[in-house]
Structures are given as structure tokens and as C-alpha cells.
Write a protein that binds this ligand. Structure first.
Ligand code: ACO
Length: 396
């Protein structure tokens, strides 16, 4: 009720809804957030339970089809994903030829668009099962784009076999760690945590673009572009840069003060919906990072430990400083440390986010077509000139 009261007050006070804050734009059964209590569920299941007990394939099945798979269904989905990961050689050439200066997120989004060339019937959107199959085909190909790009090898992963889709994803970023079950398991959980997150900016992009009956390639590509922004998924890359720049725990306090004085936000803190600790961030903090840092692992060096200590100090200060504004660490605050421990370069961090979130994006794309949502076409509060006329003399 409070939320809806706020909507009405905003309507009266401003006459429009900046950032569509609190405005429901679609009916969806994919995921749900209780922002006051820090609860996130996928199709009703709390994400902690999914991360503890499930694999990428389970959650992919759940998000796309609405229920957890039975073992045979899971086996079939895994088989389908691994069998569909190949991409056309012409597209691989394009991926390899992309300029190094292009951010990997834009390399990924433009490569996703290229995949349309192998799906001439991409505008035939009437059949649910065809749409689902299209989504699975696309999910399967995303890691391959990353693997081909990073190795610059069109033969990448050919002839290799994988035990799980998470193992394949890790292989696309770090072939050595992909042989270690501990790291595959950690990445699996990280991808699950990123699986979906209600009507966030990138999911809204999928639904908005998809609502014009544009192809899945156009819809997912737009979501990747949206996710690249530092106020959204791009924050994970910025957080590691920030922690590196801060350099040591004793510099955190002054860094925060300077940022606030300059009117800048601290990356990895705050959320539109959560008024408490982001449950995904909490899971990383409590379940994943202690596992990485507790053991005498060769992947953890003093540089990484320093970043971890700096992050812990920042969390401690932020929890005190921003308590009244209810600003807490979000998933991007901690995820970069996990990815850094996997020796993944920061410029690729947000692409890993996309490889998890594509499950949710596709579920929303399919759902949007099923519920026959109207084309997204909001209104505006016009704030410009009244009608005026071109004076020819002025142009001479
Ligand atoms: N650092 C300092 N202050 C902050 C921060 C922050 N990270 N986030 C919010 N605030 C403050 C704002 O300055 C504002 O204060 P004011 O009321 O005194 O002006 C208040 O909290 C509300 O902030 P808004 O920006 O209005 O909140 P909004 O819901 O629009 O934005 C957002 C949420 C974009 C996530 C914001 O918190 C932010 O920019 N965070 C940093 C970037 C980030 O970590 N993004 C990842 C989000 S999670 C994800 O997408 C996966």
C-alpha cells in the first residue's frame, strides 16, 4: 500500500515518474524481491536454497519452464546446451576481428546480434516451444563468443567434453581452473545468484524491445548494452578498480569522504529495491568469499588479500555511515573479488554477469510473448517549446 501511495504522491507532485520508480510495468512470475526483508526468489524458491542445492542447468530449467527439472530433464537440458554451443565460422571471424578497444560487453552484444543470421525465422514468434528452444540455443552460444574472443581461436573448445555448463563457462575464461571442481562449483553458484532480478534496467530493456516483436537477438543484445552501465552490472568492474585505487584499508575513510564531497557515488553500494542487505551480496560475503580466502589456495595472493581487506573495511564504514539512508552493499560489491580470485580480468566481469542473467532475460522474453503484453510505449511530460515556426530569413 505504501508503495502505491508513493506512486500517487509522485503523480501529484511531479506529474511523471522519473526512472519509472515503483511503477509496475508487467505481470511476471519469474522472480520476486521483498526489498524490506532482503528476500529474492526465483519461481518461489529462495536464491540461497537454489545456490546451495542446484546447478546452472537446474536454474535455467526453472527460470525458463517454471519448475525445477527431474533428473532426466536436467540431463537433457545439459546435453542440449553443450550440443548447441557451436557458432558459425563467419561469426567467429567477425568476433576475432573486433577492435581491442571495443569493451567486451559491446563485443558480446554485437556478436549476439550477428547470431540472428543463422535464424532466418527469427520473427516467427507464435510458438512457445520454438521460442523456448531459441532461448536455449542462444544461452548455449554466449560463453563460446567469450571463449573465441579471448583466445582468438576459431577452433576454441572443439573436441573437448564438459561435465556441466558451468564448467564450460569457466573454461571460456580460465582453462586451468575449469579442471578444478571447487572453482566450477563457485562459478556455478555465482551464475545462479545472477540468474534473474525482477524488472531491473536490463530486463526492462528485454521486455521493451521484445514487445515490438523484435527478435530475441535484438532483445538480448539491448539487455547486454543496458547491463554494461556502471549504475547496473558494470559496477562490478568499477568496484575492483575502486578498491585497487584505494590501495589499503587505512585509505577507505578518506576515499569515501572525498567521493561524497565531490558528489560521486560509491560503486557497489545502494539499490533501487533493497532497503536491507542484498541477499545475493550476503551470500557471496558469507558463503563464497570465506571459502576462497580461508584455504591455503594458490589463487589467493597478498594483492588479492589486500583488496579483500580493503573491501571489508569499506563495508564496515558504509554500514555505519549510510545506515540512515538504508544503503547496503549490492551483489557487484563482492562479486568482483570472486572473479578476481578466478584470475578473470576486470574488463570481462560484466560479461560473466550477463552469462548468468541471460537465463532470466530469456525467461522474461518468452513470458512477455506468452502474456501478449502490449507494446511498451510510455508517455512523457512535455517540457519544451510551444509550437513555433521556421523563419526562412533566419536560415539564410
Ligand atoms: N554512494 C553514495 N550515495 C548513494 C549511493 C552510493 N552508491 N547510492 C545511493 N546513494 C544516495 C544518493 O546520493 C541519494 O541520496 P540523497 O537522497 O541524499 O540525494 C540516495 O542514496 C538515493 O539514491 P538514488 O541514486 O536516488 O537511488 P536509485 O534507486 O535511483 O539508484 C543505484 C540505485 C543506481 C543502484 C545507486 O544506489 C547507485 O548508483 N549505486 C552505485 C552503482 C552500483 O553499485 N550499481 C549496481 C547496482 S546493483 C545491480 O545493478 C546489479
Amino acid at each position: 500500500k505504501e508503495k502505491y501511495m508513493q506512486i500517487i504522491i509522485t503523480m501529484f507532485e511531479k506529474g511523471y515518474f522519473p526512472g519509472l520508480e515503483n511503477i509496475p510495468v508487467a505481470k511476471s512470475s519469474v522472480s520476486n524481491i521483498d526489498g524490506e526483508n532482503g528476500l529474492l526468489t526465483f519461481r518461489g524458491y529462495p536464491i540461497q536454497e537454489l545456490a546451495n542445492n542446484c546447478s546452472y542447468e537446474d536454474v535455467c530449467f526453472l527460470l525458463l519452464k517454471g519448475d525445477l527439472p527431474i533428473p532426466q530433464e536436467k540431463k537433457e537440458l545439459k546435453k542440449q546446451l553443450l550440443a548447441s554451443k557451436g557458432i558459425d565460422s563467419k561469426i567467429k571471424e567477425t568476433i576475432i576481428s573486433m577492435n581491442d578497444n571495443l569493451h567486451p560487453m559491446y563485443m558480446l552484444s554485437s556478436s549476439v546480434l550477428q547470431l540472428q543470421s543463422n535464424d532466418p525465422k527469427c520473427f516467427d514468434l507464435d510458438q512457445y516451444t520454438v521460442n523456448l528452444n531459441r532461448a536455449i540455443q542462444l544461452i548455449a552460444k554466449l560463453p563460446t563468443i567469450m571463449g573465441v574472443y579471448q583466445t582468438q581461436n576459431p577452433e576454441f573448445a572443439q573436441g573437448k567434453t564438459f561435465d556441466s555448463f558451468a564448467q564450460y563457462i569457466l573454461y571460456c575464461f580460465n582453462q586451468e581452473l575449469a579442471a578444478k571442481p571447487k572453482w566450477v562449483n563457485i562459478l556455478d553458484k555465482l551464475l545462479i545468484l545472477h540468474g534473474d532480478h525482477t524488472m531491473n534496467n536490463s530486463t526492462f530493456s528485454v521486455r521493451a524491445v521484445g514487445s515490438s516483436k523484435a527478435s530475441i537477438y535484438a532483445s538480448i543484445s539491448s539487455a547486454i548494452n543496458s547491463l554494461s552501465g556502471p549504475l547496473h552490472g558494470g559496477a562490478n568492474e568499477k568496484v575492483i578498480k575502486m578498491l585497487t585505487e584505494i590501495g589499503a584499508p587505512e585509505n577507505v575513510e578518506s576515499y569515501i569522504q572525498e567521493q561524497l564531497k565531490a558528489g560521486e557515488k560509491i560503486m557497489g553500494l545502494g539499490h533501487r529495491v533493497y532497503r536491507t542487505y542484498d541477499p545475493r551480496a550476503l551470500y557471496l560475503k558469507e558463503e563464497i568469499l570465506p571459502q576462497i580466502f580461508a584455504e591455503d589456495s594458490p589463487e589467493v595472493n597478498s594483492k588479492l588479500e589486500n583488496l579483500y581487506n580493503t573491501a571489508q573495511k569499506m563495508e564496515e564504514i558504509a554500514l555505519n555511515k549510510f545506515a540512515d539512508k538504508k544503503i547496503f552493499p549490492n551483489i557487484d560489491f563482492w562479486s568482483g573479488l570472486v572473479l578476481r580470485a578466478m584470475k578473470i580480468e576486470p574488463k570481462y566481469f560484466t560479461t560473466i554477469f550477463a552469462l548468468g542473467r541471460i537465463m532470466g532475460w530469456c525467461a522474461h522474453w518468452v513470458e512477455n510473448l506468452e502474456v501478449k503484453n502490449k507494446i511498451f510505449r510510455p508517455n512523457q511530460l512535455y517540457d519544451g517549446f510551444n509550437t513555433r515556426h521556421v523563419l526562412r530569413d533566419q536560415l539564410k
